[in-house]
Design a protein around this ligand. Structure first.
Ligand SMILES: C[S@@+](CC[C@H](N)C(=O)[O-])C[C@H]1O[C@@H](n2cnc3c(N)ncnc32)[C@H](O)[C@@H]1O
Length: 327
């Protein structure tokens, strides 16, 4: 039997449309204009090499692009899209790198989520401008950059990692991309299995890239707002199964979904249109679960997967399953 609470008038949004105080000036990523300034990331584009070489422009430095030397002082002040020629005769367009290309290029010591996984985290994890998000672990800050861009200066991102070196690398990568520390970002050396700091509660999203995210569930339940989303990236399906079991056992995550995204790039030439020869077969899974305010029973989440069973195998309360015989 389904009980219904009286409906109230239209719900207030989670966040007011306008912040109570003016937001601070946006960091570089959002504010960069049509010309390159010192401190801006810059990519040297050549036809057929979309990712190209990239750097942060600094007065007095020289970029070495496959043996072609370009003085940063000659590039600072140039318009985005300008085409320049090196003293060695190389021709390059100066563009702002995409965040996806920059993340693959920046200093890293741990595997960063790749663009297809970042896309699933942001879209199905529904990370919105102004959201309060907790992320662990940080690694080199690949996902951190995408989350910061998504929450914007009006949101808040707290990033935990157990390794100080990870936090240092990530802080450097954030500063390089945004042109300085991001005003909405807090980094903490913290074991997320041990606790989520009460200062970091009242969250819209918890986003995890750690090996045992089920160990975070007790803290996430306390730290997430009801209706908030728990998002976890995991490389193996056994980990995913363990996580989904743990989520169901709580009774307060009635909506659970897991995605694996396969991505194939195509070569589109004038005379040849075909898939690229190499393709990354698998990297990992993204699981998203929504927290509700009170237990609804483990079966509520189980029935979602029952729908995938062969006809007749599921036995739901509406009598549409084996032997149910809807009339
Ligand atoms: C694969 S890396 C994360 C990569 C990152 N998501 C990215 O896109 O660049 C995993 C990180 O989790 C951290 N980690 C592992 N266990 C942790 C825990 N219990 N609490 C916080 N961080 C943890 C590790 O130190 C490591 O830096």
């Amino acid at each position: 039997m389904v009980s219904t609470a009286p409906m109230s008038t239209p719900e207030a949004p989670d966040h007011p449309a306008t912040p109570p105080e003016p937001a601070p000036a946006p960091p570089g990523d959002e504010a960069r204009g049509p010309t390159f300034r010192a401190g801006d990331p810059c990519a040297f584009l050549q036809p057929g090499q979309p990712a190209g070489h990239m750097t942060v422009l600094r007065p007095g430095r020289t970029a070495n692009v496959r043996g072609h030397l370009l003085r940063h002082d000659d590039l600072i002040g140039r318009a985005v899209g300008d085409v320049v020629t090196s003293p060695q005769g190389g021709v390059y367009a100066l563009v702002r790198p995409t965040l996806a290309a920059w993340t693959a290029f920046m200093p890293r010591f741990a595997r960063a989520l790749d663009p297809r996984e970042v896309a699933v985290v942001l879209a199905h994890g529904d990370v919105f401008a102004g959201a309060r998000v907790l992320e662990a672990g940080v690694g080199s800050g690949g996902l951190t950059l995408a989350l910061l861009r998504a929450v914007g200066v009006g949101g808040r991102l707290v990033s935990y990692d157990v390794r100080a070196t990870s936090l240092e690398t990530a802080a450097g990568n954030v500063a390089a991309w945004f042109g300085g520390p991001h005003p909405a970002h807090v980094l903490r050396e913290q074991d997320v299995y041990a606790a989520i700091d009460p200062r970091d509660h009242d969250l819209d999203r918890v986003v995890l890239d750690v090996p045992e995210p089920w160990r975070v569930l007790p803290h996430a339940r306390a730290a997430l707002r009801p209706g908030g989303l728990f998002v976890a990236f995991l490389p193996t399906i056994l980990q995913v199964h363990g996580l989904c079991e743990a989520l169901r056992d709580t009774g307060v995550f009635p909506e659970i979904a897991t995605w694996e995204t396969l991505q194939r790039r195509w070569h589109v030439g004038r005379r040849s249109v075909r898939p690229e020869g190499d393709m990354s077969g698998h990297t990992g899974f993204v699981t998203v679960a929504r927290l509700v305010a009170a237990p609804m029973g483990a079966r509520a989440a189980e029935r979602v997967s029952d729908a995938d069973q062969p006809e007749g195998a599921a036995d739901d309360e509406a009598g549409h399953g084996a032997g149910g015989g809807a009339e």
